[in-house]
Design a protein around this ligand. Structure first.
Ligand code: HC0
Ligand code: SF4
Length: 575
């Protein structure tokens, strides 16, 4: 252990810790900008480029960046000397000198790290009025808008994309003040191997990377009297939306969310969770089918669109192992335009399905041509993120915190605890096991929790004995972990029966469209805990017990994994 003082407070901290982290243990916050460390998830931006976290160390001539300077015995650190404070302010003034001054109209306004830093440091004028760059804004993709003019070279996006996701879309181009982070060969985002996972957007401190905003499209549909506008909400939205209204991370706002959506004018409020239960019916049937017929294993989950795009690009030789299930929100979309429309005699062409997702990739997924009856009738018409929904609720002047709880609409609104846990890493596999166990053994599964599949470890493995056979299962989140495990499968080093893969660290709770986590891993854990709490609160916790799902199969689909199920609920992948 190391003994030292920070601002005259003596502390003992472990060797190897940075001054920044040491200060945080005694509630001293040193401002940061490029810093991004989610230690437990192994996400570290080592760049130390912004020099905003400078501190004074006794006996040293120069200020030191606290994020990359390790603690030492006897060190005397001051974080708040006039010199340190002035140096930070100067760094921010320099960053602002060539930054667009369009804060009031920037999509990141009031949620921007650079803006709040300037406010905290009391920057009142910019002494170094520099020339602003004029890069073209990249609007090529259906998910992400990239404005290099707002890039402050922190390189957090590069760390996320290149190291955590191992996709490698970005690199720094140019020299000195001209440097910005761009795609390789300056290709439009759409033409890169980007998976649209949105993790670069989730960590961008400014408005340089943003989701494609589709709020106006939703308002237009809601205000068109000829449209029947249906909305559905993903599992992870209900444990994060409250953060947009000042509620504690991990507050469950399912009922308030439904109520807000009705006030916004949606004709029906459905739950993606219903379709998550349907997904389990299909995926568990597909597993049983592969087991019976000597099909190829492992079966991989296919509900995460960024993961789907990743394996299509990077592992084209493994295209036959993912489940062919569409993702739950696509299933709910098609069921709305078929089952629901037929039951109530509504023309499916008049229905607009809007998905509220924690995810940016779902925007791109909804536009995939195979996910719909035809180009004019996609399963899902518009996708907006949790953040975009917060904006809509504020635009409408709804006091979210004071709303009364309301229930989802019938037919496609009922769900079990199994579907709720889809929203966090490990949940899809746990839900599938709850059903597969009972189907294979014909017995009741008493303990529904599979603890080995929970938590934030990047790769989780377990052996689950069912009816005399040991099932080897794994869960990965973060595409780098997926790559690691898939390469082991390719070389024959690893053998599994079932693997859940989600692109975003933490699963959907950490999705690129969620309220910004600002590098706080505790916030992700609070969301995960809330997901498990919602699961425990449900009277039914196994997908195959959902009465509305059973009615759907009895009245409309027939057998799970049967002919009609294939037509509506399954898809195919392309190289
Ligand atoms: Fe997810 Fe989903 S669980 S991907 O993370 O499977 O986005 O929340 O909606 O579709 O249900 C996201 C979350 C979903 C889907 C579901 C799956
Ligand atoms: Fe990389 Fe994901 Fe960002 Fe695409 S969306 S550039 S894959 S981090």
């Amino acid at each position: 252990d190391i003994q030292m003082t920070i601002n005259d407070i003596p502390i003992t901290v472990p060797k190897g810790m940075s001054i920044l982290d040491a200060a945080r243990t005694i509630n001293i916050d040193i401002p940061t900008l490029c810093y991004l460390n989610l230690h437990e998830m192994n996400i570290n931006n080592h760049i130390a480029s912004c020099r905003v976290c400078l501190v004074d160390i006794e006996g040293r001539r120069n200020l030191a960046p606290s994020c990359s300077t390790p603690v030492q015995n006897g060190m005397v650190v001051k974080t708040d000397t006039p010199l340190a404070i002035q140096a930070r302010r100067t760094m921010v003034e320099l960053l602002l000198s060539d930054h667009p001054k369009s804060c009031l109209t920037c999509a990141k306004n009031l949620d921007c790290d650079l803006q709040s830093l300037a406010a905290d440091l009391g920057v009142r004028n910019i002494s170094y009025e520099g020339e602003e760059c004029e890069f073209e804004i990249d609007k090529s993709s259906l998910a992400i808008i990239r404005d290099p003019n707002k890039c402050i070279r922190c390189r957090r996006c590069e760390t996320m994309c290149n190291e955590v996701q191992t996709v490698g879309v970005y690199s720094a181009v140019g020299r000195g003040f001209e440097t910005v982070v761009k795609t390789a060969f300056d290709l439009p985002q759409h033409d890169t191997s980007c998976t649209f996972c949105g993790q670069c957007v989730a960590v961008c401190p400014t408005g340089a990377l943003m989701e494609l905003d589709q709020v106006d499209k939703v308002w237009k549909a809601l205000n068109d009297p000829t449209r029947f506008v249906v909305v559905q909400t993903a599992p992870a939205v209900r444990v994060a939306l409250g953060e947009g209204f000042g509620l504690e991370p991990g507050t469950i706002v399912t009922g308030k969310m439904v109520s807000a959506l009705r006030r916004l004018g949606f004709d029906r409020v459905f739950d993606t969770d219903f379709a998550a239960d349907v997904t389990i019916m299909e995926e568990a049937s597909e597993l049983v089918h592969r087991l019976k017929n000597g099909g190829r294993l492992p079966i991989l989950t296919s509900c995460c669109p960024a993961w789907v795009k990743f394996f299509e690009h990077q592992f084209p030789d493994l295209l036959d192992i993912p489940s062919t299930c569409k993702s739950p929100h696509e299933m709910l979309g098609v069921l709305t335009k078929s089952y629901y429309a037929e039951t109530y005699g509504i023309d499916p062409k008049k229905i607009t399905v809007v998905s509220i997702m924690p995810c940016i990739a779902k925007k791109y997924e909804a536009a995939r041509p195979e996910l719909g009856q035809s180009q004019v009738m996609p399963d899902v018409d518009i996708v907006i993120t949790t953040r975009e929904l917060s904006r809509m609720i504020r635009e409408a002047g709804i006091h979210f915190e004071h709303l009364k709880d309301e229930e989802f609409d019938d037919l496609l609104g009922e769900s079990t605890g199994a579907s709720v846990i889809f929203g966090t890493t490990g949940g899809v596999l746990e839900a599938a096991l709850r059903t597969a166990y009972e189907w294979i053994t014909g017995e009741t599964l008493e303990k529904v929790e599979f603890e080995a599949l929970r938590g934030m470890d990047g790769i989780k493995e377990a052996i689950i004995p069912i009816a005399g056979r040991d099932y080897r299962v794994a869960v990965t989140h973060g595409l780098g972990h997926a790559r690691y495990i898939l390469e082991k499968i390719q070389t024959g080093e690893a053998h599994y029966d079932v693997i859940e893969i989600m692109a975003c660290p933490g699963g959907c709770i950490g999705g690129g469209g969620q309220p910004y986590h600002h590098g706080n891993v505790e916030l992700l854990k609070a969301r995960a805990n809330a997901i498990y709490e919602e699961d425990r609160s449900k009277p039914l916790r196994k997908s195959h017990e959902n009465p509305a799902v059973l009615a759907l199969y009895k009245d409309y689909i027939g057998e799970p994994y049967g002919e009609r199920a294939h037509q509506l609920l399954h898809t195919s992948f392309t190289k």
